[in-house]
Write a protein that binds this ligand. Structure first.
Ligand code: C5P
Length: 243
C-alpha cells in the first residue's frame, strides 16, 4: 500500500474571515475546524504522517489547548511562513522518508469525504500529480478597476481547484526547489505546473468547500449533517466522473 504524508496548512491570517479568531480555530458544531479536518486523515491506514502548519504566534496556544488531541492523533506541529507556499515548504522539509506521496489539504476544508480522498490518492499513484476540482458553475466577469465589466470569461473549460492536492514526493520536492522566490503561486498544483509536470483533475463537488467567510461555517455544518452515515455512503458516480 502506498504511504502518504499529509501537510495541512493552517497558518494564514484569515483576513476575509473577520473578527479576532482565525478560521481554522473557529467552531464548527462545537469543535475547531482544523480538528474536524484532521479527523478525515489521521485514521487512514495509508497516511503515515500528518503535519499541521500553524503561525508562529498560534503555536503556543495550540500546544496548550490542543496538545493532547494532537498527541493522540499523532499530529506534528510545524511553524508556518508568510505565504501559503512558505508554509507548505516548511512542512515539506519534515516529510518522512517512508512517505512516497505528499497530500496537501487546507485545514479549512472540513467537509472532504473519504471517497474524495480515496479517489485523489489513487489518481496520484497513477499519474504522479492529482488534485480535486469541480467545474465552475458561476458566470465569470473580468472587471476593470472602475468596476466595469470588460469581458465575460467562457467557463466551459474552467474548474475550481480544491484540496487534497497529491503528488509523488520526489516530484513535489523537485518542483518546490525550482520555484522562483517571488512566484505568486496560490496552490501546490501551480508549483508542479511551473515545473512542466501534468496535473490530473479528479472530479469533486461544491460540498468540499473552503471556509472563507463566517457564513461558510453554517454551510459546512449543514453539509456535514446532510451526509448519510459511513455504512451506506457510496460514491460510484464520483468514481465514474473522474477525468
Ligand atoms: O488564504 P487561503 O484561504 O487560500 O488559505 C488556504 C489555507 O492555507 C488555509 O488553511 C490557511 O490557513 C493556509 N495558509 C498557510 N500559510 C499562509 C497562508 C495560508 O498555512 N501563509
Amino acid at each position: 500500500m502506498p504511504k502518504y504524508a499529509v501537510i495541512m496548512p493552517a497558518a494564514g491570517s484569515s483576513e476575509r474571515f473577520g473578527g479576532s479568531e482565525k478560521k481554522p480555530f473557529a467552531k464548527l458544531d462545537g469543535r475547531p475546524v482544523f480538528l474536524k479536518t484532521l479527523e478525515a486523515f489521521v485514521n487512514r491506514e495509508d497516511v503515515c504522517q500528518t503535519l499541521l502548519v500553524v503561525a508562529k504566534e498560534d503555536a503556543e496556544r495550540m500546544r496548550t489547548s490542543y496538545g493532547a488531541n494532537l498527541a493522540f492523533m499523532n499530529v506534528r506541529l510545524i511553524e508556518g511562513g508568510a505565504r501559503r507556499r512558505d508554509s507548505v515548504a516548511h512542512a515539506l522539509r519534515e516529510v518522512r522518508d517512508d512517505a512516497e506521496y505528499v497530500a496537501v489539504h487546507d485545514a479549512v476544508r472540513p467537509c472532504v469525504t473519504q471517497e474524495m480522498i480515496d479517489a485523489v490518492f489513487a489518481e496520484a499513484v497513477k499519474s504522479g500529480a492529482a488534485i480535486l476540482a469541480c467545474p465552475v458553475a458561476a458566470t465569470l466577469k473580468r472587471v476593470s478597476g472602475a468596476g466595469v465589466v470588460e469581458e465575460t470569461v467562457p467557463r466551459d473549460a474552467l474548474h475550481e481547484a480544491q484540496t487534497p492536492q497529491v503528488f509523488r514526493k520526489d516530484l513535489l520536492l523537485d518542483a518546490y526547489s525550482r520555484l522562483a522566490a517571488d512566484d505568486p503561486v496560490t496552490d501546490d498544483a501551480q508549483v508542479v505546473e511551473r515545473a512542466g509536470q501534468a496535473v490530473r483533475l479528479v472530479a469533486s463537488d461544491a460540498s468540499n468547500l473552503k471556509i472563507t467567510v463566517r457564513a461558510d461555517l453554517s454551510l459546512a455544518s449543514a453539509i456535514l449533517k446532510s451526509r448519510p452515515t459511513r455504512a451506506v455512503r457510496k460514491m460510484g458516480a464520483f468514481e465514474e466522473a473522474q477525468w
